[in-house]
Design a protein around this ligand. Structure first.
Ligand SMILES: [Zn+2]
Ligand SMILES: [Zn+2]
Length: 180
């Protein structure tokens, strides 16, 4: 296995004495964010820095990649560049089994971790997902799918002319309103 594909950073050194740790790597094929699988075009690149700050640690990082999102009109996979940046406060608690979000005395969000080898998958996926656009459009002039048969109107003429379908529906609505 390619070590650079591991999404983690070893903090053993800065748990012993104050300092900074750095790591970088790539993510291939897809980023998994909770239930969502975000397919990638090419590799996403990430880098993080963790710096001691008294009892706590500052995690800052970035992840850059191109996600494939469905065009909101025709559903075609559409590349969307994503540049995500994140910063979090961390605390080391050896008894913590899973990354846990808590509030400290200053009401700041703090993530508690229990392994010197900090798993970064959650942080990278969360930042990436938050930086994605809500929807994608393959082209401003995308004609979308035929509402009758579902054909991609960018590539075929299925014969159900969308304009007629819409004006037909409007005519029906007009008739209905006249009758009311
Ligand atoms: Zn489209
Ligand atoms: Zn059609």
């Amino acid at each position: 296995m390619d070590v650079r594909e591991l999404q983690s950073i070893n903090l053993a050194q800065i748990l012993k004495e104050p300092g900074t740790a750095e790591a970088e790597g790539v993510i291939r094929e897809a980023i998994t964010a909770g239930e969502d699988v975000l397919p990638l075009q090419g590799e996403a690149e990430w880098s993080v820095t963790v710096t001691s700050a008294g009892e706590e640690f500052w995690l800052s990082g970035e992840v850059h990649g191109t996600v494939l999102m469905e065009c909101r009109r025709c559903l075609k996979p559409t590349p969307q560049p994503v540049d995500a940046y994140f910063q979090h406060l961390l605390e080391f608690h050896p008894e913590v089994e899973e990354l846990t979000l808590v509030q400290n005395e200053d009401d700041e969000d703090v993530y508690r971790f229990g392994e010197p080898d900090l798993d970064l998958r959650f942080f990278l996926a969360q930042a990436f997902a938050l930086a994605m656009p809500y929807t994608a459009l393959c082209d401003e002039s995308c004609k979308g799918l035929c509402p009758v048969c579902g054909a991609d109107l960018n590539v075929t003429e299925c014969g159900h002319v969308q304009g007629d379908a819409v004006s037909g529906a409007l005519a029906e609505l007009g008739k209905f309103l006249d009758e009311v």
